[in-house]
Design a protein around this ligand. Structure first.
Ligand code: HEM
Ligand SMILES: *[C@@H]1O[C@H](CO)[C@@H](O)[C@H](O)[C@H]1NC(C)=O
Ligand SMILES: *[C@@H]1O[C@H](CO)[C@@H](O)[C@H](O)[C@H]1NC(C)=O
Ligand SMILES: *[C@@H]1O[C@H](CO)[C@@H](O)[C@H](O)[C@H]1NC(C)=O
Length: 332
């Protein structure tokens, strides 16, 4: 009976996921330069606002790159991450949203675009363009962003919670991570490449605290993740005391402000901060990619642009679907 329920459960999950991502990673209707005629200045305006913001608040590069990931993985890249609701019932209020910031930057870009070309550029495209521009601002690769996404009208607080259909968790193992990527039409290579986004930015202690203090649930001081470099564990313990909810530490110590390939060097030395980073060593393909990326033969920069384009195609609304929001936090 239990087995039967399980089977039905799995089947239901597949149906739900198929419905959610029926357009997964095909991205029909998207193209580079979608606004060439309707708003030729669009991409220039986005870049200008981002370079102004980066000059005064460079720490927003991490959250703004991460925002495109969170948007695309829930209901496709449709700007649903940006929607507010009076009672805080939208995606951004869900626990895995942890520390997403920079929503006001998106609003600022939108304001500038509405002035130049009212009602033309979608919020979903703004999020995609901003993710590229902050990558460039941190000395990372440049890629051509496909545009033409339209904005969704739905955003639910419950959507992100399931680690497969929603956002992957920092404790997700390699099996779950691969499943999460493949459900969205993304490859295992896209998984290891996009995880390289952790070359910039910060994490709260709470996202890896268990690895320091409570790995098996015994909760004593010595209960650390044995797969983690113990010197690194010791250093992290100095910064993060148990139950610390406020301290943030670098995801990629030493170069967290620079988009480079040092993330892979650290993870292969068992210094990945999150369990989901370390998990990439437990699969032959992701492991091989990590090792390759620590050498001169690294193709990470080129690959990152390709995988970001792939991610940017997940479940997009195009043509006459959805709408072009006037304000990114509200449906029209
Ligand atoms: C593989 C699955 C992933 C998991 C489980 C994951 C999880 C996390 C967690 C837990 C944090 C720290 C949040 C906090 O405690 O404040 C974080 C930060 C970050 N993530 Fe991921 N992430 C994943 C994939 C990605 C992808 C695909 C990207 C983009 C390409 C990305 C970009 C970032 C960035 C830039 C930060 C730093 C944010 C900041 O500076 O505030 N992550 N991620
Ligand atoms: C994220 O979710 C938490 C808990 O659901 C909520 O208290 C917080 O305000 C949310 N953060 C943002 C930026 O919306
Ligand atoms: C991975 O995590 C899932 C969900 O928590 C679990 O069911 C599965 O057994 C885990 N797989 C491995 C190989 O640990
Ligand atoms: C350690 O983990 C267990 C199981 O997840 C939990 O019940 C317990 O409260 C945790 N202890 C501490 C000190 O966080």
């Amino acid at each position: 009976m239990a087995g039967c329920k399980n089977l039905i459960g799995t089947f239901m999950l597949q149906i739900i996921v198929l419905a959610l991502f029926s357009l997964h990673a095909e991205g029909q209707g998207l193209k580079v330069g979608f606004y060439k005629k309707s708003c030729p200045q669009a991409e220039g305006i986005v870049s200008k606002v981002i370079s102004d913001v980066m000059a005064v608040a460079p720490s927003l590069s991490g959250p703004l790159l991460r925002m495109h990931f969170h948007d695309c993985f829930i209901r496709g890249c449709d700007g649903s991450i940006l929607l507010d609701s009076p009672k805080g019932q939208t995606e951004k209020f869900s626990p895995p949203n942890l520390s997403l910031r920079g929503f006001n930057v998106i609003d600022r870009v939108k304001l500038a675009l509405e002035k130049a070309c009212p009602g033309v550029v979608s919020c979903a495209d703004i999020v995609a363009l901003v993710a590229r521009d902050v990558t460039v601002a941190t000395k990372g690769p440049h890629w051509k962003v496909e545009t033409g996404r339209r904005d969704g009208k739905v955003s639910l607080i419950t959507d992100p919670i399931n680690p497969v259909t929603g956002l992957p968790s920092f404790t997700s193992n390699i099996t779950v991570l691969k499943q999460s990527w493949s459900l969205r039409g993304l490859s295992t290579k896209d998984l290891v490449v996009l995880s390289g986004g952790h070359t910039i930015g910060m994490s709260h202690c709470s996202s890896f605290e268990e690895r320091l203090y409570n790995f098996t649930g015994k909760g004593n001081n010595g209960d650390t993740d044995p797969t983690m470099d113990q010197n690194y564990v010791a250093r992290l313990k100095l910064k993060c005391k148990p139950q610390d909810k406020t301290t943030i530490v670098e995801l990629d110590p030493g170069s967290f402000k620079t988009f480079d390939d040092s993330y892979y060097k650290l993870v292969t030395k068992r210094r990945g901060l999150l369990q989901s980073d370390a998990a990439l060593l437990n699969d032959p393909e992701t492991r091989a990619y990590m090792i390759k990326s620590t050498s001169h033969g690294s193709t990470f920069f080129k690959d990152f642009g390709v995988s970001m384009v792939n991610m940017g195609r997940i479940g997009v609304l195009t043509g006459s679907q959805g709408e072009i929001r006037k304000v990114c936090t509200k449906t029209n």
